[in-house]
Design a protein around this ligand. Structure first.
Ligand SMILES: [Mg+2]
Ligand SMILES: [Zn+2]
Length: 215
């Protein structure tokens, strides 16, 4: 994106670009049910997201091909994605992907679409000995809670663009509240509830092409 462009739209992945949280679905399929207790501790802000993810993903037992096959079987892109990406392009802006999730399923589900994103940040995995090791390579985007902080990404977008729109659904997207000019939350999501509780301005959506880009 050329500097001075008007708009950066920052998109979360799990539960936002997709209709379900793919990371959660993979843990559900390949880890014992106790992973949910670790996740709940993160949602209550008792531990950081990377700390929770290191513990949760250490419980997952599967091969890379099994994990990708499951992600493809249960994961669907939310309707309206292409229209939203086209709309941002036509406005002269850029779409950035900011995910606290992991490379193998994001790349599998966005196969052929990755080039549509001006920037894309997510975490890394290595399939080793029947399990998955996770790695958090974007230290410059970390906060005390997240490895890819949505608030930090919005601040970075603000340095380049006059207008920043954030689109998300989940617990890690709470860091974007107050950091974007406009915030869109998936209808009925944890992020929508968090915004409502804090009195933070937001709009809700179900299809991605409900998100308005006014050039
Ligand atoms: Mg999400
Ligand atoms: Zn954060």
């Amino acid at each position: 994106m050329a500097s001075g462009s008007d708009l950066v739209l920052v998109l979360d992945f799990d539960g936002t670009v997709t209709d379900r949280d793919i990371g959660d679905e993979i843990c559900d399929r390949f880890a014992p049910p106790s992973w949910r207790e670790i996740d709940a501790a993160w949602v209550r802000s008792e531990i950081s997201l990377p700390e929770a993810q290191r513990k949760m993903w250490a419980e997952v037992r599967c091969r890379r091909d099994e994990a990708i096959a499951h992600a493809r079987a249960i994961g669907h892109l939310r309707p309206g994605l292409d229209e939203l990406l086209d709309r941002v392009d036509r406005s002269g802006g850029a779409t950035w992907l900011a995910s606290g999730g992991f490379d193998f399923y994001i790349e599998a589900l966005l196969d052929g679409k990755m080039a549509r994103f001006g920037q894309a940040w997510f975490n890394a995995t290595r399939f080793v000995d029947g399990g998955i090791e996770v790695d958090f390579p974007h230290a410059q985007l970390a906060c005390g809670r997240c490895a890819v902080c949505k608030g930090r990404v919005c601040e970075r977008a603000r340095a380049l663009a006059r207008r920043v729109i954030f689109v998300g659904d989940g617990a890690s997207d709470r860091c974007a509240i107050g950091c974007a000019d406009e915030l869109w939350a998936v209808k009925g999501s944890l992020l929508a509830r968090a915004c409502a509780e804090r009195g933070a301005p937001h709009r809700t959506f179900t299809r991605l092409d409900e998100i308005e880009i006014i050039a």
